[in-house]
Design a protein around this ligand. Sequence first.
Ligand code: AN7
Length: 364
Amino acid sequence: MTATEGTSQAVRQPDGRFILQRYRDLLPITDQTPLRTLGEGGTPLLRSRVIEGELGLGALYFKLESLNPTGSFKDRGMVVAVAKAAEDGAKAVICASTGNTSASAAAYAVLHGLRAYVVVPSGRIATGKLAQAVAHGAEIVAIDGSFDDALRIVRELADRHPVSLVNSVNDHRIQGQKTAAFEIADELGDAPEVLCIPVGNAGNITAYWRGFTEYYHLEQSTKLPAVWGFQAAGAAPIVLGEPVAHPETVATAIRIGNPASWAGAVEARDASGGSITAVTDDEIMEAYRRLAKDEGVFCEPASAASVAGLMRKAREGADLSGQTAVCIITGSGLKDPESAMTIKATRHDSAAEVRDVERALGWS
Ligand code: AN7
């Protein structure tokens, strides 16, 4: 274990390489694959300052995937998927997205000189994510429908037109995203006992399970984590066991009613002895505020679902003593400023003079 017990600290990658180099032998890389990087991976594993002790855990870490180049975990998968598209001679990539996938696809398309087409649910993606797709020059189609509609449409478009589909139904995405599990095991010296992760389209939970099992079979770790996936209560098809026609949640990133990697999520849950459960929007927003105010971690609401879920498990009596848990912080809070502005702020308006600011603060 690299982190010092009882202290809050981030542990950086030891060797400064990026994931295509560092885990090359475990990725579908050939001599023809263009190894271009925006600096993805190598994200900090931050020790909890407050919540760890509150929940009685042996150790709690936050894997800050929000610190990837475009601000979400999607970059790990996209750096592989877009490189492979370029290697195969594609001129364009396409994806459906609740926001982060489109931001990442747009950036990596630029890196490889490809066009990016993104199909998103109109009015339902966070401002920062749309801003990224715009800035990177993606062609954006905002549909009057859900993410699930968008995914159905891009799958068909990719069949009919010469564009490479870079949603997580493309296995190269899963391959890239599994490297986060390798990093966690490398930095902790072994896999943790518990992995907490938000579930939307279920690609990431599938990827982590693949990563942990590959590492275990390669004898790079001696155990496998219990995988605890969390869906938003209004968008919890896997928990309910059937698709949700009209998913609804404040965590727009995981507002998904019919996940493409459903089977992968169920496999991760069952093979790991884990669970997939629902957390309410209130629980998500409470964890979101706690992460920001008690841990210094500003994430987007979907990411807070992992911590909300861990808190719920503890409340329901899960014995966490002596256990090491890792919560995946999947995306940055900066993506979704509207959610942050719902927090009650201590704000004073004042004239631009010292005396006025003193009065506003109650210091005079
Ligand atoms: C911050 O961008 O589906 O279960 O289109 O952005 O692998 O889908 C985003 C998903 C969790 C869920 N946290 O991951 C998209 C999209 C954040 C996310 C998830 C997403 P998956």
